[in-house]
Write a protein that binds this ligand. Structure first.
Ligand code: GTP
Ligand code: MG
Length: 284
C-alpha cells in the first residue's frame, strides 16, 4: 500500500505552519492520523507535535554560525545538505511510517525553492520511488486577491511550482478569516480570465496590454486559476479543503482511515495556530 504526503508550500508567511497545526487538530478531532514533518531548518516554535524534524539533520542557526552565511544563503545550504542526505537520513526517519501513513511536510517559505532550484524536485522524485502518493498544497495569502495584479503574480509563483514539481496541485487562499468581505474574493476562486485581463488593462498603461494578454493566457492554458478558500476558524471549510487534497492523493481509495490512538504521545493537545482567531474575526 502507498504512503501519502502533502507538501505544504507557498511564500513566506502565507500560513503554512498554521495550516499544518490546524490540520493536525482537525484530524485529531475526526479521529484521523496524520504526522507532521518539520521541513524548515529555520523553524523554532511549533503548534503541532513534530514527528520528523529536519533540524536534527541540519539547523539554520548552526549553518549561519559555522559557515558565516546569511539567512537565505544558509537556508539554501541546509536544503542542499538535506538533498545530499536523503537516502541516509530521511529514508531512515520515514521507515517508522509504513503502509497508508499520511505525512504532511511543512516546508520553508523561500520562494526560490519552488521556482528554479531543483532540490524539492529531487526530494519528491525520491518520495515517489519510496511509494508515496504526493500532493503539493500551495498556500497563497488571501490578501493577494485584493487586486488583480497581485493575484496574477501569486498565480505565476504557484504556476512555477506546479511546472517544477509536476505533482497533483491544490491551491489554497489562506487567512480567509481576515477577509472583511468574502464576496470580493469569490471572483478570484474560479475566475474568468477575460475579466481579470480587462481589470488589469484598466489599471495599467496601454503599453502593457499585449504582455497582460500573454500572461493571462499562459495562466489560463495551465488551468491553474483555481483556488480553494480556507478559513481555519471554520471546521467545514477545513473539511472541504482536505477532501479535495485527499482526492488528489487518491487517499481512501485503497486505504482505510486509521483511527487515532487516543493515547498519542503528544499530551494535552495544541492550541490552534498561534493566534487568536476570535480576535481576528472581531477585527474584520
Ligand atoms: N488570522 C489568521 N492568521 C494566520 C492564518 N494563517 C497564518 N496566520 C498568521 O500569519 C503569520 C504567518 O503564519 P505562519 O503559519 O508562520 O506562515 P508560514 O507560511 O509557515 O511562514 P514561513 O514558515 O515563515 O514561510 C502568523 O502570525 C500566523 O499566526 C490564518 O488562517 N488566519
Ligand atoms: Mg512556517
Amino acid at each position: 500500500m502507498p504512503r501519502y504526503a502533502q507538501l505544504v508550500i507557498g511564500p513566506a508567511g502565507s500560513g503554512k505552519s498554521t495550516y499544518c497545526a490546524n490540520l493536525y487538530q482537525h484530524c485529531q478531532s475526526i479521529g484521523r492520523v496524520v504526522h507532521i514533518v518539520n521541513f524548515d531548518p529555520a523553524a523554532e516554535n511549533f503548534e503541532y507535535p513534530v514527528s520528523v524534524d529536519i533540524r536534527e539533520l541540519v539547523s539554520l542557526e548552526d549553518v549561519m554560525e559555522e559557515l558565516k552565511l546569511g539567512p537565505n544563503g544558509g537556508l539554501m545550504y541546509c536544503m542542499e545538505y538535506m538533498e545530499e542526505n536523503l537516502d541516509e537520513w530521511l529514508h531512515e526517519e520515514l521507515d517508522d511510517y509504513i503502509d497508508d501513513d499520511y505525512l504532511v511536510f511543512d516546508c520553508p517559505g523561500q520562494i526560490e525553492l519552488y521556482s528554479h532550484v531543483p532540490i524539492l524536485r529531487t526530494f519528491v522524485d525520491q518520495l515517489k520511488r519510496w511509494d508515496f502518493n504526493i500532493c503539493a498544497v500551495y498556500l497563497l495569502d488571501a490578501q493577494f486577491a485584493s487586486d488583480v495584479a497581485k493575484f496574477i503574480s501569486g498565480c505565476m509563483a504557484s504556476l512555477s511550482a506546479m511546472v517544477q514539481l509536476e505533482l497533483p496541485h491544490v491551491n489554497i487562499l489562506s487567512k480567509m478569516d481576515l477577509c472583511p468581505n468574502k464576496k470580493d474574493i469569490e471572483r478570484f476562486l474560479d475566475p474568468d480570465v477575460q475579466m481579470l485581463l480587462a481589470d488589469l488593462n484598466r489599471h495599467m498603461p496601454p503599453s502593457f496590454m499585449k504582455l497582460n494578454r500573454a500572461i493571462a493566457h499562459l495562466v489560463d492554458d495551465y488551468s491553474l486559476v483555481n483556488f480553494l478558500p480556507l478559513d481555519i476558524t471554520d471546521e467545514e471549510s477545513f473539511q472541504y479543503v482536505l477532501s479535495h487534497i485527499d482526492m488528489a492523493l487518491q487517499f481512501g481509495e485503497d486505504a482505510e482511515v486509521k483511527i487515532r490512538d487516543q493515547d498519542a504521545d503528544f499530551g494535552g493537545g495544541t492550541e490552534a495556530g498561534g493566534y487568536n482567531s476570535d480576535d481576528a474575526v472581531d477585527d474584520v
